[in-house]
Design a protein around this ligand. Sequence first.
Ligand SMILES: NC(=O)c1ccc[n+]([C@@H]2O[C@H](COP(=O)([O-])OP(=O)(O)OC[C@H]3O[C@@H](n4cnc5c(N)ncnc54)[C@H](OP(=O)(O)O)[C@@H]3O)[C@@H](O)[C@H]2O)c1
Length: 230
Amino acid sequence: MSVHRKLTIGLFGFGVVGEGLYKILQKTPSLNATIKKVCIKHPDKKRNAPDELFTTDRNVLLNDSEINVIVEVINESEEAFQIVSTALRNGKEVVSASKKMIAEHFAELLQLQKETGLAVLYEASSCASIPIIRNLEEYYDNDLLHSLKAIVNGSTNFILTKMFEEKLEFRDALILAQQLGFAEADPKLDIDGYDALNKWVILLNHAYGIVEYRTLAGQMHRLPRRKILI
Ligand SMILES: NC(=O)c1ccc[n+]([C@@H]2O[C@H](COP(=O)([O-])OP(=O)(O)OC[C@H]3O[C@@H](n4cnc5c(N)ncnc54)[C@H](OP(=O)(O)O)[C@@H]3O)[C@@H](O)[C@H]2O)c1
């Protein structure tokens, strides 16, 4: 994706990540990127942005020829995949933070990226503020990596720190994490390891480069490594 081109963004999702992006772009005009339209799910929610920016009709964004980048940051993985694959087929580059969607559809996304030649960027999907994917691609591309070790889940990191440094019981550390907003009210995705699993699927693909997937007929396929970042 060229950094010099003006980016006209169609944004899917206006939650923690989507609204965060909106605020940053408002404060940073030098980025040469504007959000033309935002697609959300619940039209009656109060938003910290003008009403005319919002729609619940995804096609308004996906069929707008002026929009050249779709930023997808919703919290429903199958819907997210439909949005991202349609965007690519409609000639739009894609940025996504949806780790579950990316991990579950990695092989299909690679295929779509190959067919369209468009960028699919998802640095924010795995340990958002630490640039791991780009580091793996650009600096460790030809190095022999023996292993990757990390605590990749923020809630778990918080809970483990409280348990090891302050000797809290697991349950108390979890309640504290929930009270402080680090863990969801239903923390299953975090503490049962699913969030970490999704991130590792993505990171291990970029570190070691083999995508394995099973077809509906039960056959196993292996795609050779190919850079998804361009
Ligand atoms: N939060 C983080 O720190 C973080 C970090 C990295 C990655 N992520 C990933 O980024 C994504 C978004 O996370 P979040 O924390 O911003 O979620 P969130 O606060 O729950 O917001 C989700 C947004 O998606 C919208 N939405 C849901 N289904 C939709 C649909 N079918 N069509 C259009 N909009 C839809 C919701 O609309 P309404 O507002 O109308 O309900 C809401 O604005 C998730 O996949 C998450 O795993 C999050």
